[in-house]
Structure formats: C-alpha cells, structure tokens
Design a protein around this ligand. Sequence first.
Ligand code: HGY
Ligand code: MN
Ligand code: MN
Length: 571
Amino acid sequence: MALTLAQLNDAAPAEAQALLAHLYPHAPWVAEHALQTRPFRSVADLRQRLRQAVDAAAPDDRLALVRAQPAMAFACAANAEDAARLAQLQADYTARFGYAPIVAPRGARGTEPVGSQLLEDLARRLDNPPDAELEEALRQLHRAAELGLHEQFGAPALGNDIWDWHEQLSQHSDPGYAEKGQLTVTYLTDAHRACAQRILEGMRDCGFDEVGIDAVGNVVGRYRADRPGAPTLMTGSHYDTVRNAGRYDGRLGIFVPMACVRELHRQGRRLPYDLEVIGFAEEEGQRYRATFLGSGALIGDFKPEWLDQKDTGGIAMRDAMAHAGLRVEDIAGLRRDPARYLGFVEVHIEQGPVLYELGLPLGVVTSINGCVRHQVQILGMASHAGTTPMDRRRDAALAAAELALFVERRAARHGDSVGTVGMLEVPSGSINVVPGECRFSLDLRAPSDAQRDALVGDVLAELAAICQRRGLRYALEETMRAAAAPSDPRWQQRWERAVDAQGVPVYRMPSGAGHDAMKLHEIMPQAMLFVRGQNAGISHNPRESTTSDDIELATLAMLSLLDALATETTL
Ligand code: HGY
Ligand code: MN
Ligand code: MN
C-alpha cells in the first residue's frame, strides 16, 4: 500500500505502528521505539531509526528478535542436490547458532531473488563466531525491512537504473576472463574500448552537451552552465578494473554524476557552473605499470616513459594507443588549468567493512592514504632440490617469504599503515628446483607521507639485510608513488551537508584505497563520498556489491551538493 512520509509522521501511534509492524515480524517493539523519534526526515532516516532501535536494545532482546524469525523457505535451489545441501546448511546453522538463518529475501537491486550465491553465503556464515553471526543476521533483517519499505514508499527507481548501468557495463571483459564470467577490463583492450563507447553513449543519453574520448582514453562529458565563462566542477572515477574485479569500483563514481546530469537535464535545469564528468581510463595500473594514468594526464603528469612499457604479450603502450586511435601528441594538451576549476569530487564504493559494520549507507572521506609500490626481483641460485644441502642454498623464494612476513609485522606496528605483497612468482620455477629467482610486488600505504615513508624505509632496509644474510642479489623498481591526500575542508563540509540533507548520519573516515582524487588533489581542492559495500565491503573481488538503495542515496546526496554549491554566492 503506497504511503508518504507525511502520512506516517502524522499517523496516530496505533495506526503508525500498524503501518510498520510487518517490517520486523514478532517484534513490534522495533517499530514502536523508532516511531517515538518521529518526525522522520526521509525514508532513509526511518530505516536508520529502525536500525538504531535494534542497536540500542539489550543483547537478550536482540537475540530474541533473531530467534523469533520463522525459518525461511528458499525457492532458489536449482536442483534436488542443491535443495538437499541447503536443507543441511540450514540444519547445521540452526544447530550451531540456535536460530534459523535469516537471509534478506532479495538481492542488492531489491528485485532479484537470492540466487545460487545463497549456498556459498550460508556456508561462509557457518564459520562466523556466534557474536559476529548475530550481527550478520540482524543486518539481513534490516535489509529485509528496507525491502519491505519499498512496497510502501516505492522502490529506488533512480538507484535501480544506475545499478543496471553497472550490470550492462560489466558485460565487457578481457579475453581469458570473460569466458570464466570474470570482470577484467585493462587499459585499451577491446573490452576497455567497448566500455568507453558505452559510457560515451550513456552520457549522450543523459543529456550532456559535449561528450568525447580524450587522447589517453578518458571519457569526458560536459554539462554546460547557465552562463558563459562559468567555472567548472570536475567529478568522476575510473572504468578500468583489477583482474576478476567487482562491478562498482570506479564505475560508481562515473554513473552517479551521470545520473545527476540526467536528472538536471530532465528538469531542464542548469547550474551556475559547468559540470565535467570523467570516466578515467586507467587507475589500477594492471596492464601497464602506469597507475592513475587517466587522472594523471589531466594534471600534466603523464610519464612519457610509460609509452615504451610492454604488457605481458609484448605490446608497447604506444602501440596499444595507436591501435585505439589515440594521438600521443595530444596528451600534453589534456592538462587542466586549475584556475578554471572549483574543485574535484568523487563518489566511490568504500572497498572496506566500516560502513557495512556500522550500518551506515554513506561516509565522508577525510583523507586518502599515501601509497608507494615497488616491483622486486630477488636473484639467488637455482639448484637441485634433492642434492643441495639446506645450508648451501641461495633460495630466492624463501628470502621473499621472509620479507613478506616482515611487511606484515612492520605494517601492523602502526595500526593504520598497511603493507601487501599482492603478486609473487618464481619465474619458470620447477617443483624440484630451488628457486633461483623470485619476483614480487610491494604495496605500502599510510595516512601520512611521513608514516608511509618510514614504513617503506624499514621494508627496503630489511630486504637488503635478508639478501645480504642469504647471499642473494636484488633489483628494485618503484612503480608508483602517491602522496597522502587530505580532503579540502570546504569540500568535505559540502559532502557532510549533502549527506545530512538525506537524513542519515554523517560519518567521517579515511580512505585506505587510492583514488583518482589523490591525483586531482595535486592541482585542485577535492573531497570524496563513500558508499557502503555489501558482503562486509569486500572489493577487488567479484563479491563486491552495493544496493540500489545506497546508490540512490549517494545520487541524492550528490544532487544536494550540486544544488547547494549553485546557491553559494562565491562562485
Ligand atoms: O589499489 C587501490 O587502492 C585502488 O583500488 N587502485
Ligand atoms: Mn581499485
Ligand atoms: Mn577505485
């Protein structure tokens, strides 16, 4: 039954209670507590109040709430074997936790039933400690309530459209991954170029005045101001991905502003500034070691030496660009004049568990961690695995392993530093040969450059010490260095006001992940908005997910920011 917020806010207590009673079955106290905080500022506010009512409840009441939920009948088992496995999982779950598993009845878009992923998810949840699983069960209950509110207040149509845009774009994937149903889009591959075309067409459909693909493959759309000579606000994110990626990393920050322009265009509205939306072509640095290439080119930081880099297939970047019809001689002209810009804002999926665990849909970024990356090669001596005594070996892989463990220990020493050995290989290794060579990567990050550089210094000193002690040689190439990027206070406050305008809590947080915003940071003020990730915020992983509700909320927040900026007299 359709309902408006005003009707709910004005309803008598008993009537209001009846309107919300179905959201948390057998627990009328949840709606009752939330209703005491009326008036609700938005449906999102109502959702948060319901969640807060549960969060504030006594542990026994929270457990009773979960126990009171009836066992769910799942219609998704594809066959008798899955049905049997599901029944067993439900029985094991109930035996372990003392209540039936709670699973939100539909997925992230709010329309599709839970699918085959359910078996995997339930099996994974079986391993949760009881206290963690209780929180997950409650999150599922909150999501079920959120879906229940769709029936009363309407589904997030805008969020669904944007959700669908991600699905459509994820149809394009590089060979070797597409066949496995995996999403991998690396710089200037055919899939990458197909993505650029689809984003370009999407921008046209949204009503941008100018759209184009620039000399490094960025997709650039401009929505003109209501006056000539107006300044520009830049926004956007990247459309390339890591290998076997999620569908929202980067892309969310392109599609949300595109949807904002579509709304402005549909309403026939113009802003007192140009809005430039950019799909950056290369941020992840997967095919070539050229991280932030797309956004870097706009600040005049395209490194010519990148052109001669070859990918694993021996194709030089220069040739990949020529094949894509890009003109190297036009790259220098991409540099933006900061004087013409108000700043840069970026929307991005959080890529971490914080918002998911706090039960918050949006976060305002305070600073982006600084990062330094290296490719390392350790050289020892390949020798017979059977005849080489343990004290006579020069094992390159064990040296790498020793350093990897040091990275873990050293990064953990400063709570918010992180260190990762993400790639590690013994080139042409054999099972019965002591590794004579080992290649690996280092990704070291911290909230400040000083803390980051201290971490890097210690790790590289340890690398030298290990190789010295083991009689090995090593080669080191720094492949990326990005300074920590604190948010511009004014732009951070603009995001804070925009989030508050949605009726949801304002939560400030650092970014452990790197983003294009840290490149634009070098020439203009910037700040970011984070959107909650589902599945505990997992990212750089096909389980990366976000709901169309949260996507819609982020879009409404961005529209609020754009409108508020339009009213600032200082433009
Ligand atoms: O690695 C990062 O932080 C980003 O996802 N490129
Ligand atoms: Mn990424
Ligand atoms: Mn990203």
